[in-house]
Design a protein around this ligand. Structure first.
Ligand code: NAD
Length: 426
């Protein structure tokens, strides 16, 4: 993608993501040099390092950090631990972070990282050792003013605490007081923010509260299904339960379950904490993947991995709206089928921007030595998200385009303005 011709491989996640970005840039008639800059990440860091296992054996680890763009500020984006991760996936997620931060007008660029491991295969001590070596291997490629990781699939507040502690130790006596702001999503007692753990689910709920009335869906009386019941899925479930919505179907890596009378997300979260997955939950019946997709619901919320809704799944689903809590869960071919069937798609860069927004609040609190209350965090998050949702909605209405096209366009206009003001070095 050194030139602007796409796609070479329509199944490749990076090409799927960047082609939609470049098509939107053409739609906006953005200058060619800007499209070229955005077509590839600025830096792609790949590291290999050895880690000793509890039984004395050694494993060689592979880690990635991709920094897509930093015209708006330091690079920002999660680090995932997943055994099937590939460079193109990390590149694609880094692009989405650039757009997400631009859409929210945060002072950040976009990045993403990954360690190619299945975290469930390792003990806590092994995870700690590999996390510390990963941070050491990344060296000055991360830093509180340069690139700030956060949790994503397979990582959590504990892993962020090990990352921050390693970074602080490596900086020794010459470290900064706010060196802990090298990562966000930390535990509360170690520089974390109130409201960060639930932030991505909370942000999605604020997006739905802002946009559903215009789509004729009543959140308090709607039914919905969830793919994924980790951080994002389970918090979305718990917060929607408080608003009266009925969760009837859930699917994760252990299987799918259903209960037409409604599943308690809080009870399911307790079950998942004990057993590791939704399967076997006593207050729901097992169901097949096909029945999961066919289930009649008002909302389908994918909150797991990429590319789960292709044309086959899109032909099965029986919902009015698909809200992308996960990054890139819908393939372009899947989205075409959904559009033909009149199913609206709310794009990930809007639906899941609550995570990075509260990460920004955490970073700001660390730097200003402040602690905000959960009410402060929720109020500021609500204000910023409902503004962004209105900007996207208004662009879509005035240009008769999809919400994805509108969200990318609003983000790209912000980046264009920054490039116009800053110019291009030298
Ligand atoms: P997580 O690791 O906490 O949970 C992942 C979930 O996906 C688990 O429930 C797992 O069972 C499920 N899953 C995995 N493989 C599956 C499969 N084949 N079929 C069905 N379910 C499967 O991850 P998370 O932090 O909740 O992230 C979920 C999505 O949200 C990802 O796309 C991530 O990039 C995105 N996201 C996360 C955050 C955040 O703050 N954590 C912020 C923005 C976006």
């Amino acid at each position: 993608m050194d030139t602007l011709h796409c796609p070479g491989d329509p199944d490749n996640l990076y090409e799927q993501t960047i082609c939609e970005v470049l098509n939107t840039a053409s739609f906006l008639d953005l200058p060619e040099h800007l499209r070229l800059i955005l077509a590839q990440p600025k830096n792609e860091v790949m590291v290999h390092f050895p880690v000793q296992m509890d039984d004395g054996s050694w494993k060689l680890m592979k880690g990635y950090r991709v920094q897509h763009n930093n015209v708006a500020g330091p690079y920002k984006g999660g680090i995932r631990y997943h055994g099937d991760v590939k460079l193109d996936e990390v590149k694609s997620l880094a692009v989405l972070m650039t757009l997400k931060c631009a859409l929210m007008q945060l002072p950040y660029g976009g990045a993403k990282g990954a360690l190619k491991i299945h975290p469930r295969d390792f003990s806590s001590n092994e995870l700690m050792r590999m996390t510390r070596r990963f941070v050491a291997a990344l060296g000055d490629n991360i830093g509180p003013d340069y690139d700030i990781p956060a949790p994503d699939v397979g990582t959590n507040a504990q892993i962020m605490a090990w990352m921050a502690d390693t970074y602080i130790n490596l900086k020794g006596n010459h470290g900064r007081v706010d060196a802990q702001s090298v990562v966000t999503g930390k535990p509360l007692v170690f520089g974390g923010s109130e409201g960060r753990e639930k932030a991505t689910g909370q942000g999605l709920v604020f997006v739905l509260e802002t946009l559903l009335p215009g789509l004729g869906i009543d959140l308090a009386h709607c039914s919905y299904s969830l793919i994924g019941f980790g951080n994002v899925g389970s918090w979305t479930g718990r917060l929607l339960q408080d608003r009266g919505a009925a969760l009837t179907h859930v699917m994760d890596h252990t299987g799918a379950i259903s209960n037409p009378d409604g599943i308690s997300a809080r009870a399911l979260a307790d079950h998942v904490k004990k057993t590791g997955g939704v399967s076997g939950f006593s207050d729901a019946a097992p169901c097949s993947t096909e029945d999961f997709y066919r289930a009649p619901v008002d909302l389908l919320i994918p909150a797991a991995l990429e590319q789960m809704i292709g044309p086959d799944e899109a032909a099965l689903v029986n919902c009015r709206l698909l809200a992308e809590a996960a990054n890139a869960p819908t393939t372009p071919a899947g989205e075409r089928v959904l559009t033909e069937r009149g199913i609206e798609v709310l794009p990930a860069i809007l639906c899941n921007c609550g995570g990075v927004t509260v990460s920004y609040f955490e970073w700001k609190q660390n730097r200003d030595s402040e602690s905000w209350t959960e009410e402060d965090v929720d109020r500021k998050l609500h204000e910023m998200i409902s503004d962004a949702a209105h900007r996207v909605h208004d662009f879509a209405a005035s240009h008769s385009c999809s919400m994805r096209r509108a969200a990318y366009a609003v983000a790209l206009r912000h980046l264009e303005e920054l490039y116009t003001l800053r110019g291009i070095f030298p």
